[in-house]
Write a protein that binds this ligand. Structure first.
Ligand code: ZN
Length: 184
């Protein structure tokens, strides 16, 4: 392992116990290489770049409520599904979880959908990757004004409008009338 790699990634643990971290109020910040997340990397044009991790583990409101929240950010290169050219995608996930041990009483927080059952140490990379995949747009596309295909579509729309206007004009009884008048 090269020293620079260690300096960048060395302080993020491979596995975490979110409950232990929350009990002592820990915060994890650092970067993970996109390359290390094979499912996420496979949706990208290349696996370059890093995921910026900032996760806070703390006590929430109420007795014995432990939570994990924070942000995961990555700048990815993906394929625009409209023009099929490469585009930059700023991906951000904002996970928010109530942390529970298996079998823990959860009647008071039954309504909370975002619970994470922690029965063993979790892989930080898998956790981050799952959250980023959920945040990934189903159909990534350039903004219409910036998409080369968007410009073609806009031009085609204008042409269509123009030709339908012409058709309306040619079919209008007034235009027929004016033609009749001219022919007299
Ligand atoms: Zn595009």
């Amino acid at each position: 392992m090269s020293p620079s790699w260690k300096a960048l990634h060395g302080h993020l643990p491979v596995t975490i116990d979110p409950i232990q971290l929350a009990e002592r109020g820990a915060r994890l910040t650092g970067t993970l290489p996109v390359k290390s997340m094979s499912r996420l990397a496979s949706t990208c044009l290349d696996g370059s770049g890093d995921v910026l991790v900032d996760l806070i583990f703390e006590r929430g409101e109420g007795e014995d409520v432990l939570i994990m929240h924070g942000s995961l950010r990555a700048n990815l290169r993906v394929t625009c599904q409209r023009c099929l050219e490469g585009m930059a995608l700023e991906l951000e996930a904002m996970p928010w979880f109530i942390l529970l041990r298996p079998g823990a009483r959860r009647d008071s927080i039954e309504a909370e959908p975002d619970t994470l059952i922690v029965d063993k140490p979790l892989s930080l990379i898998s956790l981050a990757e799952d959250e980023l995949l959920l945040a990934l747009p189903m159909v990534p596309m350039h903004e219409a004004s910036r998409c080369p295909a968007g410009r073609y579509i806009a031009a085609a729309e204008v042409n269509k409008m123009h030709s339908s206007k012409m058709r309306k004009q040619s079919q209008s009884p007034f235009s027929i009338l004016s033609k009749l008048r001219k022919s007299r």
